[in-house]
Design a binder for this molecule. Structure first.
Ligand code: SF4
Length: 236
């Protein structure tokens, strides 16, 4: 079986509740969304280099495991499956295989991060499987992608009862923030909530002010530390 992989590298997790944890990133190529691209605004996706399905190379699943092992010989790191979109089309099948295999191996050795983390765009359907944890985006109106969101995912997240799952809102402006509050009020998720400002468009301090006032349950600010440490670079 072949995976459509853009890059595999070792760094620290840049955001969310796993921020700072040594992490091997497996980045799939291909995503059908185009976040930020509205009539008068540009794409804001920071992995535009991995959006097309042809922006990856076909490598076997055993090769993926070999690369992970070479980067992290002690097998102690968290594994993050990201993109592009790791659940879209064939990528989803490879993601399933990676999660099942690694979870099986790691559960037997009391690994601190037995389940790989999947960063997903909110369009693809999540699963109830315990062999993975999710960081699910909910795309707000400023992304131009809200109509693509799969609302059934909120029910799936509730049924999963996994304290490591998280929902991420990337906020472009006050209107986006208000919309996130409406969604939280309507769906009442019981998982971690991340708020991130659109880079170079919304001042994080302004977002902090809004979060402090509204303070939705389990909400936190999430800034991308890899950008603080290395700027807008690839593979870090
Ligand atoms: S879902 Fe993620 S990868 Fe796809 S366009 Fe949006 S930000 Fe980029």
């Amino acid at each position: 079986m072949l995976g459509n992989i853009h890059e595999i590298y070792y760094s620290v997790s840049g955001e969310g509740i796993s921020q700072g944890i040594p992490t091997v990133f497996v980045r799939f190529a291909g995503c059908s969304l185009r976040c930020g691209k509205t009539e008068d605004r540009k794409l804001w996706c920071d992995t535009a280099y991995a959006l097309g399905p042809n922006q990856g190379k076909s490598i076997s699943i055993s090769e993926i495991f070999k690369e992970i092992q070479a980067l992290d010989p002690k097998s102690s790191a968290q594994i993050l499956l990201t993109g592009g979109e790791p659940l879209e089309g064939k990528n989803g099948e490879h993601t399933d295989t990676i999660c099942r295999t690694l979870f099986h191996e790691r559960s037997e050795s009391n690994h601190p991060y037995p389940a790989p983390r999947i960063e997903t765009n909110g369009k693809e359907t999540l699963s109830l499987d315990a062999d993975r944890v999710f960081t699910m985006d909910y795309k707000l109106p400023g992304s131009g992608m809200e109509e693509k969101m799969n609302l059934e995912n909120f029910e799936i997240l509730k049924k999963r009862h996994n304290s490591l799952d998280e929902i991420k809102f990337v906020v472009r402006d006050r209107y986006d923030f208000q919309r996130s509050l409406e969604i939280l009020h309507e769906k009442k998720p019981n998982t971690n909530i991340l708020y991130s400002p659109v880079h170079d468009e919304l001042d994080a301090k302004e977002l902090v002010d809004w979060i402090k006032i509204e303070n939705p349950p389990k909400a936190r600010l999430s800034l991308q530390i890899h950008k603080v440490l290395w700027g807008n670079k690839k593979g870090v």
